[in-house]
Design a protein around this ligand. Structure first.
Ligand code: ZN
Length: 377
């Protein structure tokens, strides 16, 4: 049996392997707080049952680890039956010489490329490069052009915290809906989108935690001078692109492992009353239009000042949502938390998260239509 993490998104330290017992832990790298992302590959273990024990801190989510037998393309939750505390016992399928296991369901550049190989052909989609990272990787962005002169511009970002991958499946769902669904016709005629799928591209591909990165986290790099190429480029490009019509900024995240505020989808309340009111309005619309497998309740809104959402959380610097909300034309700048595994009792996976992306797209349309004084019917 060989265990390694030498692939995009890989992250593990193997401490010992004894018979069918493996002791290991997630690599924090330059993350200054404890975090839980890991992903590794096992070869030559077909038909064996192996126990994996995480020795440092909690590293298994509420639906157990996720497994891929197709090189990380698709993933399934293994469930809690195989979990005991901070260890799990995996019986490797006979037909899988190579298996990947992870905290959740990694979404890498290769997934985006695969998605763009199809959706990038749509005439409204313009793909470009935001910047090159210090490690020489391209940070992609796409513009989804409006069919007429845009009345609204909407900026969407993912992976300010590189480990928070479930957000990208929702993003895929939203883009596909926007490009193809007849329900999105109004939005296509009125709005232009700018989307950055991987703000911390190096972190995504290297398999970092990203959250709490030292000396600064990408999600806190919107104050003073940005230290990262991508956040710096976002701060330069988005206001210019917005051109007086930038009305919404969405920043998609995943929360912590489990418990309150970590197993429901919600908007992270702004400290500014004007923005918080708009966040609640979007939440109401989202609740009313959501009909996918992942439930959304406006009552799960997390007001500023509650739980983790306090001034202390942002002492390391300003985040994207606050930065964008401070622009004159922006009506709504918000973070949205999409849990890794469980949302209001429903399973979060690639399919259900994509479907939530559809709900999110429909809510943007409903929100803007009511802002424009158009009956949402
Ligand atoms: Zn985050």
């Amino acid at each position: 049996m060989q265990i390694d993490s030498k692939f995009p998104g890989g992250n593990i330290v193997v401490e010992s392997v004894t018979a069918d017992d493996v002791r290991l832990h997630q690599e924090l790298r330059d993350t200054g707080i404890d975090w839980f992302y890991w992903c590794f590959r096992v070869r030559g273990a077909a038909r064996r049952s192996v126990r994996f024990t995480f020795t440092k801190s909690r590293a298994i989510g509420v639906r157990g680890p996720a497994m891929s037998i197709d090189g990380g393309l698709t993933w399934t939750w293994l469930g809690l039956d195989i979990v005991d505390g901070n260890s799990f016992c995996c019986t490797f399928p006979a037909n899988a010489p190579e298996v990947m296991l992870g905290f959740a369901m990694p979404y890498q550049e290769s997934h985006w490329r695969r998605f763009m190989a199809v959706e990038g052909k749509h005439p409204a989609v313009v793909q470009d490069t935001l910047c090159i990272t210090p490690k020489g990787r391209a940070v992609e962005y796409v513009i989804i052009r409006c069919e007429t002169s845009p009345v609204h511009r909407i900026a969407i970002t993912c992976r300010h915290h590189c480990c928070e991958m479930m957000a990208n499946y929702a993003l895929e769902g939203m883009i596909r809906w926007l490009l193809h669904d007849s329900e999105a016709r109004w939005l296509r005629k009125k709005a232009e989108f700018l989307i950055v799928p991987f703000v911390d591209k190096d972190g995504v591909e290297d398999g970092d935690q990203g959250k709490g990165r030292q000396p600064r986290d990408h999600g806190r790099d919107y104050e003073g001078e940005s230290i990262y190429a991508s956040t710096k480029a976002i701060r330069q490009m988005i206001p210019r692109w917005g051109d007086g019509r930038l009305h919404i900024g969405l920043d998609l995240h995943c929360p912590h492992i489990s418990g309150p505020n970590n197993e429901v989808i919600y908007l992270v309340g702004s400290a500014h009353d004007r923005i918080a009111r708009e966040q609640k309005r979007l939440s109401e619309v989202l609740e009313s239009v959501a009909d996918g497998p992942l439930p959304f309740s406006a009552s799960d809104f997390l007001p500023f000042g509650e739980a983790w959402n306090t001034g202390k959380n942002y002492s390391g610097g300003k985040g994207f949502s606050r930065w964008i909300a401070e622009m004159d034309d922006v009506m709504l700048g918000t973070g949205i938390e999409i849990p890794y595994a469980n949302a209001g009792g429903a399973e979060v996976n690639a399919v259900s998260a994509r479907r939530f992306g559809t709900d999110l797209g429909r809510s943007l349309a409903g929100y803007l239509r009511s802002s424009d004084g158009i009956d949402t019917d």
